[in-house]
Design a protein. Structure first.
Lengths: 169, 337
């Protein structure tokens, strides 16, 4: 398992997958958006690897979460920051881990409030399955099936590494 | 029902320390005040988007319950609620049912029957929002939009947000509040917030007749001479002369007041060169403040207005979130038990 979670290999696979997907779609100048916090670190890395000139954007999806009515507002919300208009742009949306799909649903709703994008490619470093919404990544570094007591966590930003945690129950 | 009543803290906060009403700054610690400011910062960004709306209060009904008219405050809360996607009802009670003899409790029962989720209350009586918060159905959030001489917590917080934006923080700041402190609901909330957030000195500058007794006990120093009081200031907050509240002869004349306590360019020059000038509005030009200062480079008065929307959005979404989180915890507890 540890070997599977070697960060450089995951990033290599994510980059290769993204290049392939961009070519398939004929996208030449994508705008990159990371979801805070892990997705923002990945946006920084992928922006450099893909040689994108434009600064990437970061989303804090706290105002769009569907569990607001259960747990209230995230006390650590920070402003989202998109240094470009999403109107008619081809977007790469990137996050560290996808599970239920709820974060991505919230992120897409937020992106649309900045303008109607031409397309969105969803890239996640790790796909843990356990989906609750019909949201699938276009590109993923690795699909993992975890035991119920296991969690993965991206740590960063420098150095970026990924941890497999045993929760003990 | 004094401002330091500990029951007010438990009335405002859930067992988990989340806001569920916003009545006063008393009992709210630095961490929570900072959380309000940080949340408001995120809402400022929302106000710069193509679509200036977030879905947090979608499907909720907010009632602006104004027993005392205030166009600016009401518009601010109305816009804030709409940007949170709530449905908004504006009720000007002066011209409504209470003039037909309906009691406050009956008015509230009727509004609750319309499935309201939040009341934003403005009232000339100190403590009215507190009274409503105590008697309202559980799950309904109350926001104080100014009560009597007691408090105006959202105005104070939007002032804090404005100061933080321009000064980066509160550490070491010297702040003066100038003018009619006696009749001001804002001044009390401002002094409380500045002290809690760590300002170095809060100074009130006013004639003795416009200061409450024991004003120092609020946590400020007193200066009767504005020329001395302006020295080294980083922030000067002018208060509006509450002409409609002025009972008896507390002032010799408006002209005399302006000469002694009005802010003009000469007096502003005595402060720190980067001192910012604030005013809660509406401005009485030539009574508290000279036009050249109000419209000048050190004035941040219009920033205050923009920040008011963000602060209102922050406290409304935090209080509504606290109410809903509390309700779902209770439901979960009941399901388990």
């Amino acid at each position: 398992m540890t070997a599977l979670l070697e960060i450089d290999r995951l990033l290599d696979d994510l980059e290769a997958g993204l290049r392939k997907k961009l070519e398939e779609r004929g996208v030449t100048s994508p705008a990159l958006i990371g979801i805070r916090t892990g997705g923002v670190w990945l946006a920084d890395v992928m922006s450099k690897r893909l040689g994108l000139q434009e600064p990437w954007g970061e989303l804090d999806i706290s105002f769009y979460r569907d569990d607001f009515s259960r747990i209230g507002l995230n006390p650590k919300v920070k402003p989202s920051s998109l240094p470009f208009s999403t109107e008619d742009r081809d977007i790469i949306l990137i996050d560290d881990v996808i599970m239920s799909g709820r974060t991505i649903r919230a992120a897409m709703n937020e992106i649309f409030d900045y303008g109607r994008p031409a397309s969105i490619i969803l890239a996640t470093l790790v796909d843990l399955g356990a989906r609750e919404l019909p949201v699938q990544p276009d590109v993923t570094g690795r699909v993992l099936a975890l035991q119920s007591h296991q969690r993965v966590k991206l740590r960063g930003p420098d150095p970026l590494h990924i941890e497999l945690q045993e929760t003990g129950h | 029902m004094t401002a330091t009543d500990p029951s007010q803290t438990s009335l405002q906060l859930t067992a988990d320390g989340q806001l569920r009403h916003f009545l006063t700054l008393d009992g709210l610690n630095r961490a929570l005040l900072t959380e309000i400011l940080d949340t408001a910062d995120s809402f400022i960004e929302v106000g710069e988007r193509s679509i200036k709306k977030v879905p947090l209060l979608r499907g909720r009904t907010v009632v602006n319950l104004f027993f005392e008219s205030s166009t600016r405050t009401r518009s601010t809360f109305e816009l804030a609620a709409k940007r949170l996607s709530a449905d908004v009802l504006n009720l000007d009670i002066n011209t409504s049912a209470t003039s037909k003899g309906e009691s406050l409790s009956d008015t509230l029962l009727n509004l609750e029957a319309m499935a309201s989720d939040m009341f934003v209350v403005r009232h000339s009586q100190s403590g009215a929002p507190h009274f409503i918060a105590e008697s309202v159905t559980p799950g309904v959030a109350i926001i104080n939009a100014g009560d009597g001489r007691h408090a105006h917590p959202t105005q104070a917080m939007l002032d804090m947000l404005t100061i933080r934006q321009h000064k980066g923080g509160f550490e070491g700041l010297k702040v003066a509040i100038v003018g009619d402190v006696l009749h001001s609901r804002v001044a009390r909330s401002q002094i409380r917030a500045l002290n809690e957030l760590g300002a170095a000195e809060v100074r009130v500058i006013a004639p003795a007749t416009l200061l409450p007794r024991d004003v120092e006990s609020l946590g400020c120093t007193v200066e009767y001479d504005m020329t001395r009081g302006m020295k080294d200031l980083d922030v000067v907050i002018m208060l509006r002369l509450q002409k409609e509240r002025m009972e008896g002869a507390l002032l010799p004349s408006e002209r005399e007041f302006y000469r002694l306590y009005g802010l003009n360019q000469e007096k502003l020059a005595l402060a720190h060169p980067e001192c910012i000038v604030m005013h809660p509005g509406p401005i009485n030009r030539g009574v508290e403040i000279e036009s050249a200062v109000a419209d000048g480079p050190q004035s941040v008065i219009l920033n205050q207005v923009t920040n008011g929307i963000a602060i209102s959005m922050a406290v409304m979404s935090m209080a509504m979130g606290g109410q809903m989180a509390e309700r779902s915890r209770k439901l979960a507890g009941r399901a388990r038990g």
